[in-house]
Design a protein around this ligand. Structure first.
Ligand code: CP3
Length: 348
């Protein structure tokens, strides 16, 4: 089986530019809201392999997408480390037992992924069966740095003062935490790959908050450890890995040097400029501003066309938004986006 999404990541020939969208399974879809209601809440949805499969398939059934992404969350790992994850409506994720003392880092358990996170690998197996080779499945994780921000702040944050304070005051403990996370993530991604994930992606949502020096030391170093630590081949097939640092556009050369196959771009960088900087080395994913989906169909088509035109050559680009799709987007606009990527890239 040959998939445009995998081929684009490996810079092999494609029939047209592949497209998928971050958070493609989510609240903007009425069928997602119905399944979440059936599950009771978001975490129960993540923890039920059958319901996670149901919502993973919803955007695949509705749109002509080139990849499915496992329905889960990046915070499954700190949850498995017993930090007590919960979600409050409208406020995002929270931990009942965040890391508040240095001793919490030393005593943090490295969870047995095979048992504590079996619901994730089980979901991968169920989804693979359901996909039956239609499109490839993307597995994912949060980056060690991004996970540590939630674990130390106790949830989402505006200033990130606690985690950045820890980084400057106690770099040794910060490294200890990041290293434990990286080791757990390697087990976690290898579990997803063994269960059938065709590629994996690392979400470094908060790497862009760092200085260049801190980014290299506290975020990129551990993503590089993950790139080197995971199985890049499974059952004879290469498993490509994509790194996405939101706000990381200044550091594309450094990210490309990690050995990853693809770099996810947010909308603040020019795709053509990114390609001339690192396009020889890696594939590029992105990077339409998610807010374009609030515009008319005509404008969406125009923006898609312009973005595709920035990219030279016919492989090495995976179309996506620069960040997740918003919950209040009309699903019809998403259809316009997906269809226009295919329309304009077939005869590019
Ligand atoms: O892309 C996909 O379709 C796969 C599913 C997926 C979710 N979260 C589902 C989700 C993925 C890849 C994630 C990753 C994730 N989770 C990230 C990194 C990506 C990014 O957006 O930068 C982060 C930072 C999280 C942590 C997280 N999970 C937050 C901050 C929130 C609250 C956000 C909000 O809008 O309320 C979540 C919850 C979450 N994860 C939802 C979904 C569909 C919404 C939950 C709901 O149904 O209410």
């Amino acid at each position: 089986m040959s998939f445009d999404y995998i081929n684009a990541l490996l810079k092999k020939p494609v029939s047209r530019t592949p497209v998928w969208v971050m958070r493609q399974a989510g609240r903007y879809l009425p069928e997602y809201r119905a399944t979440r209601k059936k599950a009771g809440d978001f975490l129960s949805l993540c923890k039920s392999p059958d319901l996670a499969c149901e919502v993973t398939m919803q955007p695949i059934d509705r749109f002509d997408l080139d990849a499915a992404i496992l329905f889960s969350d990046i915070l499954t790992i700190p949850d498995a480390m017993d930090l007590g994850l919960y979600f409050t409506e409208g406020e995002g994720p929270k931990f009942s037992k965040p890391i508040t003392r240095l001793a919490d880092i030393e005593s943090l358990s490295r969870p047995d992924v095979g048992s504590k996170l079996a619901y994730v690998t089980d979901a991968v197996s169920v989804i693979k069966k359901s996909l039956n080779g239609r499109v490839p499945l993307i597995g994912f994780t949060g980056s060690p740095w991004t996970l540590s921000t939630y674990m130390v702040e106790g949830g989402s944050s505006k200033s990130f003062s606690k985690v950045k304070g820890l980084m400057y005051e106690n770099p040794k403990h910060m490294h200890q935490l990041l290293d434990k996370l990286a080791d757990t993530i390697i087990d976690y991604l290898n579990g997803q790959i063994a269960a059938g994930a065709d590629s994996v992606m690392v979400f470094d949502t908060w790497g862009g908050l760092l200085s260049k020096k801190s980014y290299e030391e506290f975020s990129l170093r551990y993503m590089t450890k993950i790139v080197n630590g995971i199985k890049r081949k499974h059952e004879g097939k290469i498993i490509p890995v994509t790194l996405f640092t939101k706000g990381g556009g200044m550091w594309l050369e450094q990210i490309a040097a990690s050995g990853c196959d693809g770099i996810g771009l947010d909308w603040t960088v020019e795709l053509g400029d990114a390609q001339s900087r690192v396009g020889e080395k890696v594939a590029l994913q992105g990077n339409l501003d998610p807010c374009v989906l609030y515009a008319t169909d005509e404008k969406i088509r125009e923006e898609v066309k312009a973005l595709l035109a920035q990219f030279n050559g016919d492989t090495g680009h995976i179309f996506n938004l620069g960040h997740g799709i918003s919950p209040d987007v009309n699903p019809e606009r998403m259809k316009t986006l997906v269809d226009s990527v295919h329309e304009f890239s077939t005869n590019k």
